[in-house]
Ligand binder design. Structure first.
Ligand code: 5GP
Length: 210
């Protein structure tokens, strides 16, 4: 199989909490060896079952400020009184090595990432099929208190209003179909000419013998 060297891409998936983004991310990471999750730093407390270094790097406000002030974060945001940010170095290294990075960040972070590295970015927005379904999913998840569920519902409308800023929009009614749509996006985006840095050489070699 001919391998043409390419630059990695940054795949952003945004959605209101409860739209199925986490399930879709996990599935993609398990199915595709060339994509890894960007692990954000956050000042919020871990939820039951969350693993430090895997779900997030859980850090103090003070350490967060240090990273931010040193320019070591590609983007950051404050959500519900907690700070979240994306460490820069793993992302830059992955792109150069031709590996893709998946981001679970909101619209604020996506806008900042676009400013920093627009050409590398592929943005997918995931919508729930209906408001009722979103509410049910949040309650079923039951990781959050009922006041947090209410807050997340209120925030959903605001988050959803940013859908036109994304390259692709998926309505997650059926997880199998949504996952297949994400695979299709990723396959096509990986084939984009500007990412395939090995093409010039490949075509040069090809045409030499024509
Ligand atoms: P949660 O506390 O539920 O894990 O995340 C709350 C919100 O913060 C979600 O909307 C999530 O997408 C967002 N978030 C998580 N990590 C980051 C990050 O590194 N940067 C930004 N801008 N948002 C993040």
């Amino acid at each position: 199989m001919i391998e043409i060297q390419r630059r990695g891409l940054l795949l952003v998936m945004s959605s209101p909490s409860g739209a199925g983004k986490t399930t879709l991310s996990r599935r993609l990471l398990a199915a595709d060896a060339n994509i890894t999750m960007s692990v954000s730093v956050t000042t919020r407390a871990p939820r039951p079952g969350e693993v430090n270094g895997k779900d997030y790097h859980f850090i103090s406000q003070r350490d967060f400020a240090k990273l931010r002030d040193a320019g070591d974060l590609l983007e950051y945001a404050e959500v519900f009184g907690n700070f979240y940010g994306t460490p820069k170095k793993p992302v830059v290294d992955a792109l150069q090595a031709g590996r893709d990075v998946l981001f679970d960040i909101d619209w604020q972070g996506t806008q900042q990432l676009a400013q920093a590295m627009e050409g590398d970015l592929v943005r997918i927005f995931i919508l729930p099929p209906s408001a009722e379904e979103l509410r049910e999913r949040l309650i079923r998840r039951a990781q959050d208190s009922s006041s947090t569920v209410a807050k997340r519902m209120a925030k959903a409308a605001d988050e959803i209003s940013h859908w036109p800023e994304y390259d692709y929009v998926i309505v997650n009614e059926d997880i199998i179909i949504a996952a297949a749509q994400i695979d299709a996006i990723l396959s096509a985006e990986r084939l984009r000419r500007h990412r395939r840095v090995g093409l010039t050489q490949f075509v040069r070699d090809l045409t030499k013998n024509l």
